[in-house]
Design a protein around this ligand. Structure first.
Ligand code: 5GP
Length: 184
């Protein structure tokens, strides 16, 4: 069985860029594809970024106990399909990119999981990054910053906190955490 890693971090913290760098450095890491009720964004592909499902299908999957964890986030549902996770863990190590409610559900079920939280250098910098995207309304930015506040307040429950001040340094720190857990 492979090792399971959970990565969380607020919207705008640069998590997907860091994760891409981490995944590129290790071919024994697989990304678990979540199910979500939100619509695909431009450039996203079904089965690659997420499995895009209806609210009815998501509810059906909950009823069938098909999720390791699931949570509501920004008026949509997100969940980690159990069968897929088990399959991937048989093949190697797995990374889940999920928010804190889901992370703690996984921690309650699997004691060998490693939880990593990516922290922005400051709230000012997070706000600046969200604003500079240019595709997010001021109202949405406010909501995301409030949510970020809450996520950061949960970070003490993670095994590791890594600050994303500089992408390469952050990715290297995560690679070191993974190496320590897997290669020793
Ligand atoms: P986005 O809609 O921007 O792709 O993701 C929004 C949030 O949902 C992110 O914080 C992401 O980590 C989280 N998320 C993605 N997939 C899952 C999942 O399967 N379970 C949980 N609990 N959160 C998820």
């Amino acid at each position: 069985m492979g090792k399971l890693f959970v990565i969380s971090g607020a919207s705008g913290v640069g998590k997907s860029t860091v994760l891409k760098k981490v995944m590129a450095q290790r071919n024994d890491l697989q990304f678990s594809v979540s199910a979500t009720t939100r619509d695909p964004r431009p450039g996203e592909e079904d089965g690659v970024h997420y499995y895009y499902v209806s609210k009815e299908t998501f509810a059906q999957m909950i009823a069938e106990d098909a999720f390791v964890e699931y949570s509501a986030h920004a008026a949509n549902y997100y969940g980690t399909p159990k069968a897929q996770l088990e399959e991937r863990l048989k093949l190697g190590n797995v990374i889940l990119d999920i928010e804190p409610n889901g992370a703690f559900q996984v921690m309650g079920k699997r004691e060998d999981v490693v939880l990593i939280f990516i922290m922005p250098p400051s709230m000012e910098e997070l706000s600046r990054r969200l604003c500079s995207r240019g595709d997010t309304s001021p109202e949405q930015i406010k909501i995301r910053l409030q949510r970020a506040d809450w996520e950061i307040s949960q970070s003490a429950r993670y095994h590791h906190i890594v600050i994303n001040d500089q992408v390469d340094a952050c990715a290297n720190e995560i690679l070191e955490i993974i190496a320590n857990a897997v290669d020793k």
